[in-house]
Design a protein around this ligand. Structure first.
Ligand code: FES
Length: 235
């Protein structure tokens, strides 16, 4: 089911586009973990993303890599709109085009990593925790059902609203690496100004050409697909 592979050199790094088949689909609370053949694509760094082309949709959806099992790429998807619903409706054996890895991931050269994620911001954390050797992790979710995704990170501390992840941040949090909704990232930025924060924006191209992902963060306009999605100077 794996198709021909095209590649593009972006800032010295090679991103590839290839048609890949779904191998396994697993429901985790309200989320879907979609595992695909890896084909000739590299998994890249934790925090980098891939463009997944949903069947019947014009625009692909950016998804950070959740896990990199041997020979596969796995993405955790929240079914919140037509594109993500189409991705979650895929069944094993069906194939889609995938393009990546893209963007800037987390800097793994950290001394005292602390991972923090909220909601679907948990998506890049399993791959990140594997790269960093299971550092301390704090996860926050809206409901107990969403918190079922915590099983992707078995050692994590978990809070459910109205409690917030920031309530568990120690006074000296060390090297924070975070992903989640904008208000959560803003609160973390105030408490840990040097934190590495993975931001989200709608994306059309994924490699700097369309300016569809420009957001204002910390008073500066960024193309999140090439300047991010992980930023550490957003104060
Ligand atoms: Fe096109 Fe960022 S998604 S410029």
């Amino acid at each position: 089911m794996t198709g021909a592979c095209n590649s593009l050199l972006l800032a010295g790094r090679e991103a590839r586009r290839q048609r890949l088949a779904v191998t396994v689909k697993e429901l985790i609370g309200p989320y879907t973990l979609l595992r695909l053949e890896r084909g000739e694509l590299e998994p890249g760094l934790p925090g980098q993303f891939f463009m997944l082309e949903a069947p019947g949709r014009v625009l692909p959806r950016p998804m950070s890599l959740c896990q990199a099992p041997p020979g596969e790429l796995a993405f955790l998807i929240d079914s919140i709109g037509p594109g993500t619903r189409a991705l979650c409706a895929l069944v094993p054996g069906e194939a889609i085009h995938v393009f990546g890895p893209l963007g800037n991931g987390f800097d793994l050269d950290v001394e005292r990593p602390l991972l923090v994620a909220g909601g679907i911001g948990i998506a890049p954390m399993p791959y990140l925790t594997a790269a960093l050797g299971d550092p301390p992790t704090i996860l926050g979710f809206r409901t107990e059902r969403h918190a079922e995704a915590g099983r992707l990170l078995p050692g994590a501390e978990i809070v459910v609203e109205p409690r917030l992840v920031t309530e568990l941040l120690p006074d000296d949090p060390g090297d924070v690496l975070a992903c989640g909704p904008e208000p959560m990232l803003g609160a973390i930025r105030r408490l840990a100004p040097r934190a590495q924060l993975a931001w989200e924006a709608p994306m059309a191209c994924g490699y700097g050409a369309c300016y569809g992902c420009v957001v204002e963060i910390g008073g500066r306009y960024r193309r999140l697909c090439v300047d991010g999605p992980v930023l550490r100077d957003a104060a």
